[in-house]
Structures are given as structure tokens and as C-alpha cells.
Design a protein around this ligand. Structure first.
Ligand code: SAH
Ligand code: SF4
Ligand code: F3S
Length: 480
């Protein structure tokens, strides 16, 4: 990689290392110096975020910073003076989408020579990608990573004023910064980070490299944020972490995630969700707390990845399928009417037809409400990417199709249970086509399209389900 003065480039080997250094919590590190305060006056930005909810939440911070610099957000890249793609690296097709978009947006420079292009997020943390950008996408002016979002004002100032390519990606995480601005994209639902990073190192996964070591926010900071959200009339919070169940381990916090969840429930927010739960450290206490509080939603995303013990072991998932089933049954027994979703990877290196059959078996066993299914995608620098693989791609595609057929069957079957029932729905807003049709979500996270009068986003109302589809329900509002 070509080095330039002032550049900091990513290094996956560095990113893999874990230190025992204490993570500091910074309450005042983020500042905008006086010469930058006007940087965005009269300038528009277009921000597009890919990937998981953690990245969505980062997008809200980035938007908050840009608006503190007085930039104005626009909905189309054509109107923008600064285009920023906040990217995901989890699978190759996620990356290809971004690179395709970057290529096609380049044309906009013709009409606007001052247009600035930026890339941030997980792809920026990858050496291979930054090399590709340098070689094939020279129009990208600014690259920064997941660990230095707080440096955006300085980096942007440099890129805009010097018109020199600006690259700053840190391979290692730094402090937890508590005073970053945020522009929340939802008016009644909010994302709340409870921790950053991941230490699980599942052998196929790039996230522990792009997001650094597991760091928990302090319980008080999280609770304060949720109390303010409640005051601002938010109705739903989703607690975010790559693995929320390990919340507090790095702080030696007694009670861990179960205790945090209980404290959040007591604040009295109408709806509390959390994602993602790794089955490995899902404790009995957590199940009891979820069962005990009505405002903790009966919906669990419980990624299984595979139904075969040897594959699970090679993936480094740290549970057997028997343990997974036990946990699933326990939650099902204790949490009334609980809905489940999952993530599944097919075509992990050398997966046999028999092993794949066991994945189909676990889907039959759990009958998930929703399954996110993926073909294994080798990620450079991960252990699985170094494994030989004897499964042809066509076989993987055919397995994915069979899996999806089964998963869709259960998604529809689960929805059938709602026909004729009256359920609580949080209103998201009117549909674009018809102002009398609204959409919203049940407690179990099912999308409902319904007719209603005199409702606004954030209302929680009763809806009778009149029809069901595989991915959504239809209904009508029932007046109290
Ligand atoms: N922290 C979350 C997962 C984040 S990534 C968890 O552990 O549940 C979301 C999903 O993407 C994973 O659950 C996995 O199913 C899938 N995934 C991750 N890496 C992948 C890869 N290399 N190829 C295909 N799918 C992958
Ligand atoms: Fe990736 Fe595993 Fe961490 Fe989830 S738990 S982010 S799949 S390494
Ligand atoms: Fe993607 Fe990074 Fe999230 S790789 S899934 S955006 S943590």
C-alpha cells in the first residue's frame, strides 16, 4: 500500500489483537473548533448507511456531527455537495453493492466539480478495500473508519480545504466517547448502544476485526440516555450490541445484561427490544427478566448459523445444537407467545448434504417466525477464509433455495396464528400511497398494514388481523 504523510491505514493483523488495557470513558473529547463551525453552511450532504443496526446508529452520530457543522441533509445524491457511504463488510455482496454505487455516483462530479466523496464504516477498516479504493476509485476523497467517527470535523476540514485525499483509519478501538451529537432518524423508536465490538471471533466473521474489542458503556450512561428518550416521548428503544448477552463482562458488572435489562424495564419505556443475543451466554436470569416485564418485547433474535455440531464447532460458535434447543425450549416455556428469528449460513467450507439436512431439521424444530439466510462468504483475514472448500457454488445456491422454501413456509404458518386475533400495534406512520393505511409492528415484531383514523406515529393501538401474508399482516383498527 502506498503511504502518504498524514495517512493512517487499516491493518487486520493489528485489529485482531486484544489488549487488556482499560477502556476509558470520555465525556468531553468531542469538540468542534471555531474555524470549523461554519464548514457546512450552504452545503448539502447525502448519507447512505448499509449493514446492521449498529451501523445505522453510527449513521445517526455522523448525521449529528454533520449538522453540528451546519450541513443540511438531502435525500438524493444529485442534490449533495458531500456524499458519504457508511458501509458494511459482512459479506462480499454487501461490499459489491457499495463499490457499484461508488462507481455509478462518480458521474455526478461532472456537474459539480467540488462534490466530495467519502467512505466510512466497516469496509473502511479493511486493507484490501482501501487498496481497491486507491487503485480503482480515485474520486474518493475521504476515508475514515469505525473507531474515529469523532474525528470527522477535522478530517472533513482537511479534505475540503486542502483538496487532498484524506485517509484515517485506526485498527484499534479507543475510548468510549459519550458526548457525540446524534440526529435520530426515528421519531418514536430509538437505537441505544449498550456496547461496542465483539470478542467472539466466529471463524467466518469480519466484525471482531472491523469493530474492535468488546467494550460496554456504563450502566448509568445507558440509563440516562433512555430516561431522556422517555422524556422526549420515545416509545420504543432497541438495545444494541453484537452480543448483548456479554454486556458488562468487561466491567465486571454483577448481574450483567440481565441486570441492565431489568433497570431499563423499570424506567417504563413502553417497548424494549434488544439485538443480537448470542446463544452461548444467554443466562437463566435473562430469560426470567424477559418473562417478568411486559414492556420487554417477546421477540428474540437467536442466530443458530447451522444445525450441525461439527460445523458449529468449526465456526467457533461455542454451543452444540442440543444446547441451542434447550435454550430455545426454555425461552419458549417461560416467555408467553414468544416469537423467534435467526441467522443461518449455508455452504460453510466442506458442508456435506447430511450436515445441511441438520440445518433444515433445526428449522423444523424451531419453526422460526423469520430467518435471515446467507451463503457463506469468505472474508479475508478470518480463519475460515483459509480453509479449503469442496462445495461448489451451485450446490450452495441450491441449498439456500431449499432452506428459504422451508423458512418461508414457517414464516407464513406463524403468521396464520394471527388471523382474526386482536393485537397491540405501535404506529409507524401512514403508507405512501393511501393516507388511511398505516403500518406498524406487533409486540412480536410483525409488520402490520392497517386502516385507522386519528392515529399518529408512536401511538400504540389495537388492531384486528384480517388477512395474513408471508412477511406481513393486514388489519383494521379496533376502537377501545
Ligand atoms: N453479532 C451478530 C451477527 C452480526 S453479522 C451475531 O452474532 O448474531 C449478521 C449475520 O451475518 C451473522 O449472524 C451471520 O449469519 C452472517 N454472517 C456473518 N459473517 C458471514 C460470512 N462470512 N458469510 C455469510 N454470512 C455471514
Ligand atoms: Fe460475528 Fe460471531 Fe461476533 Fe456475531 S458473535 S459479530 S457472528 S464474531
Ligand atoms: Fe456489517 Fe459492520 Fe454491522 S460488517 S453487519 S456494518 S458491524
Amino acid at each position: 500500500m502506498r503511504k502518504q504523510p498524514g495517512w493512517a491505514l487499516p491493518n487486520l493483523k493489528e485489529a485482531q489483537k486484544r489488549t487488556k488495557n482499560e477502556v476509558l470513558i470520555e465525556k468531553s473529547i468531542f469538540q468542534i473548533s471555531p474555524e470549523m463551525k461554519q464548514l457546512g453552511v450552504g452545503r448539502n450532504y447525502y448519507l447512505r448507511t448499509y449493514g446492521c443496526q449498529a451501523n445505522e446508529r453510527d449513521g445517526e452520530t455522523i448525521a449529528g456531527i454533520l449538522e453540528a457543522l451546519q450541513f443540511t441533509q438531502v435525500d438524493t445524491p444529485e442534490q449533495a455537495d458531500f456524499i458519504l457511504l457508511n458501509t458494511c463488510a459482512v459479506r462480499k455482496n454487501a461490499e459489491d453493492k457499495v463499490l457499484g454505487e461508488l462507481g455509478s455516483l462518480k458521474r455526478l462530479r461532472k456537474n459539480n466539480p467540488d462534490l466530495l466523496f467519502g467512505m466510512c464504516g466497516c469496509m473502511a477498516q479493511e486493507e484490501e478495500i482501501v487498496n481497491t479504493l486507491l487503485e480503482k476509485y480515485p474520486h474518493v476523497d475521504l476515508i475514515f473508519g469505525t473507531h474515529n467517527i469523532h474525528r470527522l470535523p477535522e478530517l472533513l476540514y482537511q479534505a475540503m480545504m486542502s483538496r487532498e485525499k484524506t485517509i484515517e483509519v485506526f485498527s484499534k478501538e479507543g475510548e468510549i466517547i459519550e458526548n457525540l451529537p446524534v440526529k435520530r432518524f426515528g421519531s418514536h423508536k430509538a437505537w441505544v448502544n449498550i456496547m461496542y465490538g465483539c470478542d467472539k471471533f466466529c471463524t467466518y466473521c469480519i466484525v471482531p476485526y472491523t469493530r474492535g474489542k468488546e467494550r460496554s458503556r456504563s450502566m448509568e450512561d445507558i440509563l440516562d440516555e433512555i430516561r431522556s428518550l422517555k422524556q422526549e416521548n420515545y416509545k420504543e428503544v432497541t438495545l444494541l450490541g453484537q452480543n448483548v448477552n456479554s454486556y458488562g463482562k468487561d466491567l465486571q458488572l454483577e448481574g450483567g445484561f440481565a441486570r441492565l435489562l431489568e433497570e431499563v424495564a423499570k424506567i417504563g419505556m413502553e417497548r424494549i427490544r434488544f439485538t443480537t443475543s448470542h446463544p452461548w451466554d444467554f443466562t437463566d436470569e435473562m430469560v426470567d427478566i424477559i418473562a417478568k416485564y411486559d414492556n420487554i418485547m417477546p421477540f428474540i433474535h437467536l442466530p443458530v448459523q447451522s444445525g450441525d455440531n461439527d460445523i458449529l464447532k468449526t465456526m467457533g460458535r461455542r454451543y452444540t445444537i442440543e444446547e441451542y434447543k434447550q435454550l430455545f425450549d426454555k425461552i419458549n416455556q417461560k416467555v408467553k407467545n414468544c416469537a423467534f428469528s435467526t441467522d443461518i449460513i449455508v455452504g460453510f467450507p466442506n458442508e456435506t448434504e447430511e450436515q445441511f439436512q441438520r440445518t433444515l431439521d433445526i428449522v423444523d424444530y424451531c419453526q422460526y417466525d423469520n430467518a435471515f439466510t446467507f451463503i457463506y462468504s469468505p472474508r479475508e483475514g478470518t480463519p475460515a477464509a483459509r480453509m479449503e472448500d469442496n462445495v461448489p457454488f451451485e450446490v450452495k445456491q441450491e441449498r439456500l433455495a431449499r432452506l428459504n422454501e422451508k423458512a418461508n413456509y414457517y414464516a407464513h404458518l406463524k403468521n396464520e396464528n394471527y388471523r382474526g386475533k386482536i393485537v397491540k400495534v405501535i404506529v409507524d406512520g401512514p403508507s405512501k400511497k393511501n393516507k388511511d393505511v398505516f403500518s406498524g409492528y406487533t409486540e412480536t415484531n410483525k409488520l402490520v398494514n392497517f386502516t385507522a383514523q386519528d392515529v399518529v406515529a408512536g401511538d400504540i393501538i389495537m388492531v384486528e388481523i384480517t388477512d395474513v401474508k408471508t412477511w406481513s399482516l393486514n388489519g383494521i383498527q379496533v376502537k377501545k
